[in-house]
Design a protein around this ligand. Structure first.
Ligand code: FAD
Length: 465
């Protein structure tokens, strides 16, 4: 039972990767540390529970990585995916420190495994957690508990008092009562606002009602809102987020990785009018998977259908749900509730535009369409071998980028331009400093780990001094 009258050195808000990295580091600085996690114990750890891997720079192959990934290459990748919308100094600092993360995370009890196969091909750049994100989190929690970090579950922070640029206290809702808790320093690691549909609606309008949230329902952005209202400077574009196409039958929240669909490149994608709307073969899937959430979000009723035939059924990792199937394209349209004539026309037009080549989905092959708008630039094969299949897809929001601005010490920058002396942030809540737009697989965990450690050290040392 936590003593609410105690004055803590460090209060960490949130219970995911960023929070744990901060809490462990602060405790190792000698600080007393309390984690306030909104979720009950079973659901602890937010979106981190769903992760599989993280991207870190490293000098050579290891037991689980197939080769080196230099700081320069990491930077080039980040610059390309964000189109330069990143704070270069912070991003380069993160990349440099990411080199220390694999050994550090390993020392906290987390184990790695060789890359899982699949369409993303990350064996050289990304380290996969043995047992996935939940197992990784459990290891961090065990370490935190062993060294004396205390954790309060079912304990959302519902108020933050800031005065003269300093954190003073937080109000925590726990056990049917409100408790005011003081600490010498605070680390905000409470995720983005992706689970707050009303907030998403401010930027996306009614379309937001049809978004599915791939992760935790607890990341409602309440702490982010309190910090922004309390004088923290905002960073990032509120409409930017990581969003992929996921199975439309997925639950509203927490569907996780098994609802993602990576078979776009093997077929065509049509909207509710049975019309194609984007080049399904534009580039290799790892470079394009994260645009499909936004593309589907722009379609009528935010729904689309991936259509393919028997030739492609075994070429990709299926979703949790089986595809819908029918012996003809017309009957498939009936099952999907699409106009039969319109879908048959779209497939016929596509088929007659296909220019055959040598199909190879691991390279930019020469199978493409001619005279079709939009084109399919690679992996175009006729959809003609029964049975025919379809997956309905909706936008699946992974996490939002709007956040608080921080400095190199992970201190929250105030609207006055000054850094707050005892307020730090790590993880999704400050991801917009590094990710102005775009995404490179595995970088969410890099942001949380690196800035979590920096924030924990800052908060721990601040409190002890
Ligand atoms: C399906 C899925 C798969 C993913 N796969 C990967 C991957 O393989 N690699 C990768 O790098 N990234 C991946 N990501 C992104 C990754 O999960 C995040 O970038 C990362 O986990 C963020 O860590 P965090 O600690 O900032 O947030 P979270 O892990 O989401 O933790 C936030 C915590 O704050 C708590 N909280 C929220 N509000 C409050 C409040 N008011 N008071 C107290 N606590 C609060 C939540 O309960 C939660 O515990 C994936 C995301 C999803 C959804």
């Amino acid at each position: 039972m936590v003593d609410f009258t105690r004055h803590w050195d460090v209060l960490v808000i949130g219970g995911g990767n960023a929070a744990l990295c901060a809490a462990i580091t602060a405790r190792r600085c000698g600080a007393s540390v309390l984690i306030a996690e909104a979720a009950p114990k079973f659901y602890r750890g937010g979106n981190t529970r769903h992760t599989r891997n993280m991207r870190c720079a490293h000098d050579g192959a290891t037991d689980t990585l197939t080769g080196p990934y230099s700081e320069q290459e990491f930077w080039d990748d980040l610059k390309r995916v964000t189109e330069g919308n990143t704070d270069e100094a912070l991003a380069r600092q993160m990349i440099r420190l990411s080199k220390e993360m694999l050994p550090w995370i390993g020392q906290q009890g987390v184990k790695f495994q060789p890359s899982l196969g699949g369409t993303l091909s990350l064996g050289r750049t990304n380290s996969f957690f043995l047992g996935g994100g939940r197992s990784m989190l459990n290891a961090l929690y065990r370490t935190a508990e062993r060294i004396g970090v205390e954790t309060l579950y079912d304990a959302p922070v519902v108020g933050i008092k800031v005065g003269e640029g300093r954190f003073q206290s937080a109000t925590i809702d726990h056990g049917g009562a409100r408790h005011e808790l003081t600490a010498a320093a605070v680390v905000a690691a409470s995720g983005g606002f992706e689970a707050n549909i009303e907030w998403l609606r401010e930027y996306w309008g009614k379309a937001a009602d049809n978004f599915l949230i791939r992760g935790t329902p607890y990341n409602r952005g309440s702490v982010l809102r309190m910090l922004l209202d309390g004088g923290a400077e905002q960073v990032g574009d509120p409409t930017q987020c990581h969003a992929v196409a996921i199975d439309a039958r997925a639950p509203k929240f927490d569907g996780g990785i098994i609802t993602r669909l990576d078979c776009v490149v093997f077929g065509i994608v049509v909207n509710q009018l049975a019309l194609r709307f984007y080049d399904e073969g534009e580039d290799l899937w790892p470079k394009r998977y994260a645009i499909w959430g936004r593309l589907v979000a722009a379609q009528p009723d935010q729904i689309a259908y991936i259509i393919f035939d028997a030739t492609s059924l075994r070429l990709f990792m299926p979703s949790l749900y089986p595809p819908l199937t029918a012996p003809s394209v017309g009957e498939l349209a009936d099952k999907l509730g699409l106009d039969r004539v319109a879908l048959e026309r779209t497939v016929t037009e596509f088929n007659s535009a296909v220019r055959g080549g040598t199909f190879d989905h691991t390279i930019l092959d020469d199978c493409h369409t001619q005279g079709l708008t939009p084109p399919k630039s690679h992996w175009a094969r006729r959809i003609e071998i029964a049975p025919f299949f379809a997956y309905p897809v909706r936008p699946g929001i992974t996490f939002t980028y709007l956040g608080v601005r921080i400095d190199a010490e992970a201190r929250i920058i105030l609207k006055t331009g000054e850094p707050a002396r005892n307020m730090f942030a790590a993880g999704e809540i400050m991801a917009g400093n590094v990710l102005g737009r775009g995404y490179a697989a595995g970088i969410g965990m890099t942001i949380g780990s690196v800035f979590g450690r920096i924030a924990g050290a800052g908060a721990g040392n601040n409190a002890r001094n």
